[in-house]
Design a protein around this ligand. Structure first.
Ligand code: MOS
Length: 700
């Protein structure tokens, strides 16, 4: 790097890009260890019941077999821990696919073979695995994730809605979605001299370290968890998972390092998924589309093991003005795996319902969908009454409309044909919270004029390592080639999980503060020269972040989509998708764009392809690989563009808002709205697939 400053804002390739493409970057199960053994998970074949007998005799006769861990033989874990992680501790089965044994052998092949030979007898019980509006277990959780009120109410929705000139009342359904990072959940664990080392594919090694500490009753200092390179997460690796726990249990049992990777099929359930959601939206407006009343009621599921209450309706609290408003969340506890985080948990399915409903309102009022959003824009948070730290939704809508060429759009649906294709366009708004959690970081100067920055941030493929390095380079004011950064290890200064689009904002602030403080001390004590014995500074930013002004703070965006539907086959294509976002200060345009188009691509996937198909007889998904659970591939994505508008906001001292999740929010609604405009058909249940369209299309 020649330029000593202004690395922030410049495109820069990933620092570890070369290691990754040449295969030298090590992922969780690529770390070598002496005497390595291999684990293979055995899953329950029933959805609910009790193990009455596990016969491991045949498995143990296999050559190379070391152990079979079951609820009878596995090491005991301290129960003061998330029930999800209390693996192999008791005979109850709570969902089909629950891990009920772990086979450990000299080779992966032997472990896999042994797993086929474990015989399990169950006492089965009737199970309930399908979410419905009237499920008997529905209840109101105390709060929804991460700590939002379950229900909110402002004004008087019922009378506001009754009095409205235009009323819309619709229900939208989304299925279970499964995170499919390229690298499945995986860990390598080894015990040496009473210390546990785990290489884990995780979004936050510090949380994994803390969980292992509680489970094995060990002080944190005796556990090291490293996650130097992670092959995608999207939330699925955001909480400590079964893999590091099972690997550590097995390693302790057999007295050797153990490597455990789940298969693609095994990640469909046991490590979380996005809950199916049933959402009822009611909108009351005047004839010009100005909202008087909004109500968003969301029903989702959790397991009997743990409560996971997705924050589906939370975005409706902040997106549009309306004097009368209500949001509610209800949860059913089913005999299924516990749902978990998946990119923009809550906002993603919530925006599908709200933004489809807004499109329906636009049609009902005869108002252009972009204009409808502009008319209902608000300078203050509509529930809290406080001004937003910055709100550039209108700029995203206008800039997106201009770039996309929206102005000449004919509002009539189902009337444009190009050959055998019906053509339409649709749009949707996006919103996602911008938070700045506190973190620790260390910056050190060496006598040779080099700098070392250390923080336990995690780069799950986003480019976080590079963005943090850019922030460090600017704060130190030195050429980039003198600055090295270490992340992804619980031995580094503690920082929180890679989640909630907070990484660059919060970790970045800690890195900035550590580097500026180091710079200041170097200038004062050494006149800016290299310190002969080195100098190191460590900061923690919790006080600074806690003192930030309490303004409602969000990223915003607007999606524009062109859809084509084949009149003969019902095939749906998305030839063009364009998003404009207001995301504060962008640190690295290359990696930022990747995040945004990645989220938008997942939106196409959600709208048209992904669907966990559950067979209620077995209480389990039948499509559990990339052949039968289709994730958008390159051939499904044609022209895709992401832009951002200026978004000055000091709600974070560096002006950074974060952009990992905003790209998916609203994206599926924009596709669904475009399909409606193309065909005149409104599909309120995802995914939209050709069998739902083909016999309803206007032929001729
Ligand atoms: Mo993201 S779903 O907060 O990892």
């Amino acid at each position: 790097m020649s330029a000593p400053t202004a690395a922030v804002g410049r495109a820069h390739p990933r620092l570890e890009g070369r290691e990754k493409v040449t295969g030298t970057a090590r992922y969780a199960v690529e770390h070598p260890a002496n005497g390595l053994a291999y684990g293979w998970a055995v899953q329950s074949s029933v959805a609910k019941g009790r193990i009455i007998r596990i016969d491991i005799t045949a498995a143990m006769r296999e050559p190379g077999m070391l152990a079979v861990l079951t609820h009878e033989t596995a090491p005991r874990l301290n129960p003061a821990q998330s029930p999800e992680l209390l693996l192999l501790q008791q005979p109850r089965v709570r969902y089909r696919g629950e891990i009920v044994a772990l086979v450990v052998a000299e080779s992966l092949e032997a472990a896999r073979e042994g797993a086929q030979l474990v015989r399990i007898d169950y006492d089965t019980e009737p199970h309930s695995s399908v979410l419905t509006e009237r499920h008997p277990s529905l209840y109101k959780p105390e709060h929804v994730n991460p700590a939002y009120p379950t229900d909110t109410c402002v004004g008087d929705f019922d009378s506001g809605y009754e009095a409205a000139e235009v009323r819309l009342d619709q229900t939208y359904r989304t299925p279970a979605y499964h995170n499919n990072p390229m690298e499945p959940h995986a860990a390598t664990a080894s015990w040496a001299d009473g210390r546990l080392l785990v290489h884990d594919s995780s979004q936050g090694s510090r949380d994994v370290q803390a969980a292992l500490g509680r489970l094995f009753e060990l002080p944190a200092g005796t556990i090291r968890v490293a996650a130097e390179h992670v092959g995608g997460g999207f939330g699925g690796k955001g909480s400590p998972r079964c893999t590091p726990v099972l690997a550590a249990m097995a390693a302790r049992q057999v007295g050797r390092p153990v490597r455990l990777a789940l298969t693609r099929q095994q990640i469909f359930g046991p490590v979380g998924y996005r809950t199916p959601v049933i959402q009822r939206i009611r909108l009351g407006a005047d004839a010009d589309g100005r909202l008087a009343a909004i109500c968003h009621d969301a029903i989702s599921q959790s397991s009997t093991i743990e409560e996971f209450a997705e924050q589906t309706a939370v975005l409706t609290r902040a997106l549009y003005a309306a004097p009368h408003r209500r949001t509610t969340h209800r949860l059913a506890r089913l005999d299924v795996p516990t749902p978990s985080w998946m990119r923009a948990p809550g906002e993603c399915p919530g925006s599908f319902a709200l933004e489809c409903a807004m499109d329906e309102l636009a049609v009902a009022c005869g108002v252009d969908p972009v204009e409808l959003r502009l008319r209902n824009d608000t300078e203050v948070d509509p529930e809290e009454g406080l001004p937003f730290s910055s709100r550039n939704l209108a700029a995203c809508l206008r800039d997106g409309a201009r770039r996309f060429g929206w102005a000449d759009r004919d509002p009539a649906a189902g009337v444009r044909r190009q050959g055998r294709w019906l053509v339409g366009t649709g749009m949707a708004s996006a919103i996602y919270p911008a938070r700045t959690p506190g973190a620790s970081a260390e910056a050190a100067a060496g006598p040779d004029g080099t700098y070392q920055v250390r923080i336990n941030a995690t780069d799950i493929g986003t480019g976080a390592r590079t963005a943090l390095w850019q922030i460090a380079v600017d704060a130190l004011g030195v050429p980039g080639d003198r600055v090295a950064i270490s992340i992804g290890d619980s031995d580094l200064p503690p920082a929180y999980v890679a989640g909630g689009s907070t990484g660059t904002a919060g970790w970045g602030l800690a890195v900035d503060r550590a580097c500026r403080s180091l710079r200041r001390q170097l200038d004062e004590r050494y006149g800016g020269s290299a310190p002969p014995d080195g100098l190191s500074v460590r900061v923690h930013t919790a006080e600074e972040t806690a003192a930030l002004p309490r303004a409602p703070r969000y990223s915003f965006g607007a999606h524009f989509v062109e859809a084509r539907v084949n009149v003969d086959s019902g095939e749906i294509r998305v030839p063009r998708m364009l998003g404009v976002f207001a995301v504060g200060r962008v640190v690295n345009p290359t990696t930022a764009r990747s995040q945004l188009i990645g989220g938008m691509t997942m939106g196409i996937s959600m709208a048209l392809h992904e669907e966990g198909l559950l067979d209620q007889r077995f209480g389990d998904w039948v499509n559990r690989d990339l052949a039968t659970y289709h994730v958008t591939a390159c051939a499904d994505v044609e022209r895709i563009e992401a832009y951002w508008v200026p978004d000055e906001d000091r709600g974070n001292p560096l002006g950074i808002k974060g952009l990992g999740e905003i790209g998916i929010v609203g994206s599926a609604a924009a596709v669904a709205n475009a399909v409606h405009h193309a065909t005149g058909l409104r599909l309120r249940t995802l995914p939209i697939q050709l069998d739902k369209l083909v016999d309803r299309l206007p032929l001729g």
